[in-house]
Design a protein around this ligand. Structure first.
Ligand code: ZN
Length: 50
């Protein structure tokens, strides 16, 4: 599992997503935002090494 720092493009909040696949090929990700409570586009800011 890898953690990624995402930023919601609608509410501008940053949060971390843990997934088993590589997001580095993507520049943005359509994903559920728990702050907006809906699916939104997220900028992929960084990979977090644990
Ligand atoms: Zn949001």
């Amino acid at each position: 599992m890898t953690k990624w720092r995402l930023k919601c493009e609608e509410c501008s909040r940053e949060w971390e997503l843990e997934v088993s696949f590589d997001l580095s090929e993507f520049s943005r990700l359509y994903h559920y935002c728990r702050f907006c409570r809906k699916n939104t586009y997220h900028a992929i800011l960084a990979k977090i090494d644990s």
